[in-house]
Write a protein that binds this ligand. Structure first.
Ligand SMILES: *Cc1c(COP(=O)(O)O)cnc(C)c1O
Length: 346
């Protein structure tokens, strides 16, 4: 039985022959590689990397608790977002949907492909409205959900995700860039039940490898195979792959960072709540705080004048006067608070 979601794939991709390297075309042990026009003088970087990153996929699959067949390593999550749109959305015709306010790349990525966007609105509690999904038409191929959501900081329950997966007719992508900061279970748990589900995670946030550009997409094999088909042959470079292998073998370092960041987040929330010009600090399952000020733009400009850059979200729907503040080290957060102290006194 073929799964009913396969008809969502752009039809020309089914017949596409992907680029194949000479090393894909043989198996066994080679004594000498004279196939790829590389420089023969040995250095750590003279050979092309493994296009499918077999060693890395095995390691990441084991820490994520999935099979290596259900996992794709991406050049940051942003690459996976882009590839999924390329796999499912016909330019000039199809659309993606997401609930605002959320991460900006879904809309930007769609726009670069001439793919339309349907912007739904989260409710006052920043929760998605499941019933709104019934109105989406057949050309809306992908729903992007960000959980914990950037910039609101809240997480959608697995129960809510179940309801969404049962309601929406297309591909559901759950972007879990911040899941390492939350105690809640990952949507990876739902993969077995839903062939249309894709879970994205990244090594850019908790794992501290933003500069290495490493993300991971987990899904049923039919989706992973399509992503493998359309990706650039060498999307992951060996330097980044090596860094990640090293880092995932020391998971306690990441856990320690996460613990410190969460502790700092709670400390910062408490301190900020003491300022008369702060209206609300939203609960956060991530490494940032969304804060509503009496006058968000004025605080934003003030902080810039002190050399501190935070994310101004005051113009986003539902986020009047809100700034998103990334949690820093204890010293960095103290510096922020010291400066804000002088704002009070102005
Ligand atoms: C930071 C972030 C990402 C990460 O993108 P990378 O390309 O992996 O660095 C993805 N999604 C959301 C919601 C983010 O906030």
């Amino acid at each position: 039985m073929t799964n009913p979601f396969e008809k969502l794939v752009r039809q020309h991709l089914l017949a596409l022959n992907p680029y194949s390297t000479a090393r894909d075309e043989f198996s066994g042990e080679a004594l000498l590689f004279l196939d790829a026009n590389e420089n023969p003088y040995d250095s750590d970087l003279n050979r092309y990397p493994d296009p499918f990153q077999s060693a890395l996929r095995n390691e990441v699959a084991s820490i994520k608790g999935v099979s290596n067949k259900n996992l794709f390593i991406s050049n940051g999550s942003d690459e996976a977002i882009d590839l999924l749109i390329r796999v499912f959305c016909e330019p000039g015709n199809d659309k993606i949907a997401y609930f605002m306010p959320t991460y900006g790349m879904y809309g930007v990525s769609a726009a670069t492909h001439a793919v339309g966007t349907v912007e739904l609105l989260l409710n006052e509690d920043f929760e998605p409205d499941v019933d709104a999904l019934a109105e989406l038409d057949g050309e809306t191929k992908i729903l992007f959900l960000c959980s914990p959501n950037n910039p609101t900081g809240n997480l959608f329950s697995l129960q809510k995700l179940h309801r969404i997966l049962n309601q929406f007719h297309g591909i559901v992508v759950v972007d879990e860039a911040y899941i390492d900061f939350s105690d809640a279970p990952s949507a990876i748990k739902l993969l077995n039940d839903y062939p249309q589900l894709v879970v994205l995670q990244t090594f850019s946030k908790a794992w501290g490898l933003a500069a290495a550009r490493m993300g991971v997409a987990m899904a049923h094999q039919w989706i992973i195979q399509l992503m493998d088909k359309v990706k650039l042959p060498y999307n992951i470079n060996s330097l980044s792959a090596g860094l990640l292998l090293k880092r995932i073998n020391e998971p306690q370092l990441m856990k320690q960072d996460v613990q410190n960041i969460i502790m700092e987040r709670e400390k910062l929330a408490k301190s900020l709540s003491g300022f008369s010009f702060v209206e609300k600090i939203f609960p956060s399952d991530a490494n940032f705080l969304l804060v509503r000020f009496k006058d968000g733009n004025s605080v934003y400009t003030f902080l810039l004048s002190k050399g501190i850059v935070v994310r101004n979200r005051t113009n986003q729907p539902l986020l009047k006067n809100c700034l998103r503040i990334t949690i820093g080290t204890a010293a960095q957060n103290s510096f922020l608070l010291e400066q804000l102290n002088t704002y009070t006194n102005e």
